[in-house]
Design a protein around this ligand. Structure first.
Ligand SMILES: [Zn+2]
Ligand SMILES: [Zn+2]
Length: 294
């Protein structure tokens, strides 16, 4: 571990003459505080019961984070945490949970809800650690299709979440498997034929080329990582289908008005309904931890 930088300055906001505790940030800034405030307004800082004498308490957070956190410990108007970069919001939120700075918890949660898409996974892990179900579900759905290993290893997903996460991802995979099976079950013919019978029933036979195109389309949809991109692709399925280089619609489907394009809205509606029916991630967490000894 690096040795802390030597103290060079005292934070101007926290430099009271009658302070009875000195805290040093990881980057060497001193904060002069009152133990009584720390003791009554937080759950994780030394309160009156601990004598700190002349010692300096070293904390691993940088001054820019501590300066924000300590503002919530004093009886004055608290900061709204607006205009901060998201990395700082995350650091402050983490410190607030660690030191149990109760007055800051709600505003941190509000700010975390404003996460940029590329930080969804970080917010997810934070929300899991500190049990913020709304944040957990709001972020989980955004990267539910990411490779599981990246999340588990790269972000350090807590052990009790690994099985629920794999089940959550399996639920997502299943909806694509179901659509694939629907396409596989379409009646085979040498060419695509469509006919509507008197009773409103219809005949849909599909040729090998068109079936391959549809399967290719679903395979592509299943590889889309984010929910917003998936929704976009579902709303304009031909965009994807047209991009398939190797496969395309057969002659009978490109020359007539009745084409295998009819399957696109069926696939879209089926997938959208299935996506909407997937329980939120906290459901999988609950199911798995229900019988777990505490
Ligand atoms: Zn065909
Ligand atoms: Zn066709």
């Amino acid at each position: 571990m690096a040795t802390p930088a030597s103290p060079t300055k005292i934070n101007t906001q926290f430099s009271a003459q009658d302070a009875d505790i000195t805290i040093q940030s990881s980057d060497g800034v001193l904060f002069k505080l009152h133990r009584q405030n720390l003791g009554t307004n937080t759950g994780g800082f030394p309160g009156m019961e601990i004598s700190t004498q002349e010692e300096i308490v070293h904390l691993p957070e940088p001054a820019k984070v501590l300066e924000i956190v300590f503002q919530f410990v004093y009886p004055k108007k608290h900061p709204k945490l607006k205009g901060l970069d998201f990395g700082t919001i995350l650091e402050v939120s983490e410190a607030v949970e660690k030191y149990e700075v109760f007055a800051a918890m709600n505003i941190c949660e509000i700010r975390l809800h404003e996460f940029p898409p590329d930080r969804a996974a970080n917010v997810f892990v934070h929300a899991i650690k500190h049990e913020y179900p709304e944040l957990i579900n709001k972020t989980a759905v955004l990267f539910c299709r990411y490779p599981a290993l990246d999340l588990i290893k790269g972000l350090g997903l807590p052990a009790h979440c690994i099985i629920p996460w794999l089940q959550y991802q399996a639920a997502w995979q299943e909806i694509f498997d179901n659509v694939t099976q629907y396409i596989e079950r379409l009646k085979a013919d040498t060419q695509c034929t469509f006919a509507t019978l008197k009773k409103g029933n219809s005949i849909h036979n599909i040729c090998g080329i068109c079936r391959m195109s549809l399967l290719c389309h679903v395979a592509r949809l299943s590889r889309i990582e984010t929910l917003s991109s998936l929704n976009e692709a579902l709303e304009s399925p031909r965009l994807l289908v047209d991009k398939i280089d190797k496969y395309s619609w057969c002659d009978s489907c490109t020359s007539t008005t009745a084409t295998c394009g009819v399957y696109a809205p069926i696939i879209r509606n089926t997938l959208q309904a299935a996506v909407a029916a997937i329980p939120p991630f906290t459901h999988f967490l609950k199911v798995n931890t229900a019988g777990r000894p505490k």
